[in-house]
Design a protein. Structure first.
Length: 289
């Protein structure tokens, strides 16, 4: 797997790239991040990702010494250096390093890390057969514990939910909130189709406002599809006509099994096929502009 890493402007091979152990991202998960991908060597939907990065920073009152232009320039510099057309891009900003202690004022000098690695095409079976998800035992952290709409370095409960899925050979886990409603996957948003309406949980259920989620809501509506945000339970999801997940690097992936239950006929459904085509056309058109 080819990879290069930009640390505070310096481009390094992964084995030479390091962050001080007193960095607060390492000590406390005191960091924020974004993940996007390149199509034709261009980072996709950078404006939206930077908006969310800035929103995450403001939620944790993190001072950013970098401007949006600085980040765009460093990301492009790293992509150009890398030279591979389809790459995974991870932008991480930590609150920096300082004396050990919870007080965020112990450091205000960010570390900026940009990881660019080769992103092979996703396996075709994801899209042709669909994936198996489980309902996680762990619940999504409520907003009053840690805002789920903050993309921070605190992913331990998602890590453990994903681990639960991997132990039974599933693709990923779906987290419910404390009220028992579906929120999202560990790194993706969840959708279901019922009576030809396409439904995804509302932000107030407690989830990350995925950029693919927002994009799909907008472009689906433009194509006359009834796209709504509404709460649903795990049982409602399991008895839906269709289900799928969305994320930047995976686009739209059909879910054909949850726990032991097949979704619909257990194969990708017509609404998934239609929406994925609409999404791919949107990507193609965005690249032209
Ligand atoms: C918890 C969580 N939900 C949803 C998503 C999907 O977001 P996006 O569509 O912006 O990639 C992610 C992406 O990493 C995530 O970490």
């Amino acid at each position: 797997m080819q990879m290069i890493i930009n640390i505070n402007g310096q481009i390094l091979p992964p084995e030479k790239a390091s962050i001080p152990v007193l960095d607060r991202g390492f000590l406390y998960g005191d960091s924020i991040y974004e993940v996007t991908l390149t199509y034709d060597k261009k980072p996709f939907l950078m404006k939206e990702h930077l908006d969310r990065l800035w929103s995450s920073a403001s939620k944790i009152e993190m001072h950013l010494k970098y401007s949006r232009e600085d980040i765009i320039r460093e990301v492009q510099k790293t992509i150009d250096h890398f030279g591979i057309p389809r790459a995974y891009i991870r932008i991480i900003i930590t609150r920096g390093e300082g004396e050990i202690g919870l007080d965020p004022n112990l450091s205000d000098d960010n570390n900026l890390v940009i990881i660019v690695k080769e992103l092979p095409e996703n396996p075709t079976w994801w899209y042709e057969k669909g994936v198996h998800m489980i309902i996680a035992d762990l619940r999504r952290l409520p907003k009053k514990v840690l805002d789920p709409n903050l993309k921070s370095g605190n992913y331990l409960s998602n890590v453990m939910a994903h681990h639960q899925a991997k132990k039974v050979g599933a693709f990923d886990a779906i987290l419910l909130n404390m009220r028992g409603y579906v929120t999202e996957g560990t790194t993706n948003n969840i959708w279901m189709v019922r009576k030809d309406r396409v439904i995804t949980p509302p932000l107030e259920a407690g989830l990350l406002e995925g950029i693919t989620r927002s994009t799909l809501l907008t472009i689906g509506k433009k194509h006359g599809i009834e796209m709504v945000e509404d709460n649903f339970t795990a049982d409602e999801l399991k008895s839906a006509q269709e289900a799928f997940l969305t994320s930047s690097t995976r686009e739209i992936v059909p879910i054909t099994k949850i726990d032991d239950e097949l979704i619909g006929q257990g194969v990708p459904g017509p609404m998934y096929l239609k929406l994925h085509q609409i999404y791919r056309d949107f990507v193609r058109n965005s690249l032209r502009n």
